[in-house]
Design a protein around this ligand. Structure first.
Ligand code: AMP
Ligand code: ZN
Length: 485
């Protein structure tokens, strides 16, 4: 059986049939780069990574685009507060997201377009909608989409047109709308937009694009008229994706995406994550604390994307153990004595590997049921571990079949490879810190106190504190950049 996906648009789990299996076109709504991405964002981004890797594992060619939202209300407000232009303000956060994505073992997507580079296309799309009488210009030079002219409005979210936003207050800058339910395609310029360089000339007046419009244009231009998959967090179904459909389909006359997948929001220690509750965690903080990257990846991936996932410290420990079991298992297989003459690949281990692969694939084919897929893998690990306990020597073919299974599923999971890289980094770090501790000890023996202090400061800048005790100097990592001294 092939891959089946739950499509928000049809509310059904359907066979996945891309337009061209050689080039499956995917667009995922990316981060708004006005601060560090939090672990909830990364639940969604790691899901994108899983989709990307799994489709390639199944033999599809994939063209995957994830945008950076670099102009919207939030980036403008934050850039103003910082007293710099939006480009200068957002750049470091774009760099940080990619660094964090790399740290969590995400495979790079094909393209990361930024909204500000596509404003010409946005103006073009608005013009098309005006020409088709699906949009109108207000007195101040803003442009709104006229949802009464698009009868299919509401088809993604299932909202009835009558209910949509009626009773909602009209935003202060949207007073010219014909109908409170209409949404902004183009917002007339305000002095604060000019201040941070967030204003462009358009035939109907100077201003800036609406957020929804940005994703439509980047998706249409970089992926195609009809996306195979459109991904995002569940909060984006309405109005963001509903509005993307209205604008894109209104302009092209074609379906904007065949399958819409939405990731359920991550919870933290049982609660909704929010700054006011004090449980707002960025990936940067966890990395600075020295939390294992493979454990973060495992925990954020461990539940199927439509199921509840609760991030917790206890869960991180369990994830660390799960990753360690995989890594230890592979190490054990590599060390276990083998009989090279025995090339057979039909013994019990090879059979178990075959079953594990089938179990992994059928779980993933079932709407990307990762917990089922991990279950199949761990059943295999347990079975083979028990087999190794009994058999002092393994046929080479059996060992190779087991190793191949681990490598193969890890092309999707990305856990063992990440843990390997982490081990190398940890070993290098350990050697470097030990070298600095030794240099400091020498400085103290030489009574060169300022040099000794300089070395301590050098370490502390990197989040490493030293503790001098009777058995010598020990070190530990502390969080940096998270408000702690
Ligand atoms: P943003 O930077 O807020 O535009 O969000 C980037 C992506 O992260 C979007 O696809 C959001 O739907 C998603 N997202 C935001 N908060 C969470 C959360 N708590 N859990 C999972 N995904 C989230
Ligand atoms: Zn979007």
């Amino acid at each position: 059986m092939g891959l089946r996906l739950h499509n928000t648009l049809t509310r059904a789990t359907e066979p996945f049939e891309p337009q061209d299996p050689e080039r499956v076109g995917i667009y995922g709504c990316g981060p708004t780069i006005y601060g560090h991405a939090h672990i909830g964002n990364f639940r969604t981004f790691l899901f994108y990574d899983l989709v990307h890797r799994y489709l390639e594992w199944k033999g599809y060619g994939v063209h995957f685009v994830m945008n950076f939202t670099d102009v919207d209300d939030k980036t403008i407000r934050a850039a103003r507060e910082a007293g710099v232009g939006i480009d200068e303000f957002t750049e470091p956060f774009a760099v940080a997201v990619l660094e964090e994505a790399d740290a969590l073992g995400m495979a790079r997507f094909d393209l990361y377009p930024r909204a500000t580079a596509y404003v010409d296309g946005m103006i073009e799309l608005v013009q098309t909608l005006l020409d088709r009488e699906l949009a109108y210009v207000t007195d101040d030079g803003s442009v709104f989409f006229d949802i009464s002219a698009f009868p299919e409005y509401g088809k993604l979210s299932g909202k009835d047109l009558e209910q949509v936003r009626t009773g909602e207050r009209v935003a202060g800058d949207e007073y010219g709308k014909d109908d409170v339910r209409d949404f902004a395609l183009w917002k007339a310029v305000k002095p604060e937009d000019e201040e941070v360089g967030a204003a462009w000339d358009a035939p109907w007046g100077r201003g800036r694009p609406g957020w929804h419009l940005e994703c439509s244009v980047m998706g249409l231009r970089e992926v195609g008229t009809t996306l195979d998959l459109h991904l995002g967090g569940e909060d984006l179904i309405f109005p963001h994706h509903e509005d993307e459909i209205a604008q894109s389909e209104g302009a092209t006359g074609h379906p904007f995406a065949r399958y819409w997948l939405h990731v359920k929001h991550l919870r933290v220690e049982g609660s909704k994550m929010s700054k006011s509750l004090g449980n707002f965690i960025t990936v940067r903080q966890l990395l600075d604390e020295g939390v294992s990257r493979a454990a973060i990846r495992h925990q954020l991936l461990s539940a199927q994307y439509r199921r509840e996932l609760n991030f917790s410290r206890a869960g991180l420990e369990a994830s660390e153990k799960a990753v360690a079991r995989l890594v230890d298992f592979r190490d054990r297989l590599r060390r276990h004595p083998v009989d090279a003459a025995e090339g057979t690949e039909s013994g019990p281990v090879a059979r178990a590997a075959h079953e594990a692969r089938a179990g992994f694939e059928s779980a993933m084919d079932d709407d990307l049921n990762i917990s089922g897929a991990l279950g199949a893998l761990f059943t295999f690990v347990n079975e083979v571990n028990a087999h190794l306990d009994r058999e002092p020597v393994l046929a080479a073919g059996e060992r190779d079949a087991a190793l191949a299974l681990v490598d193969s599923v890890d092309r999707v999971l990305g856990l063992v490879g990440l843990a390997d890289r982490e081990r190398v980094v940890d070993a290098e770090m350990e050697a470097w810190v030990q070298g600095r501790i030794e240099a400091r000890a020498q400085a103290r023996r030489d009574r060169d106190w300022s040099r000794a202090d300089a070395i301590r400061d050098e370490l502390s800048d990197r989040g490493i504190v030293l503790e001098d005790g009777p058995e010598g100097t020990r070190w530990k990592r502390v969080a940096t950049g998270s408000g702690e001294p």
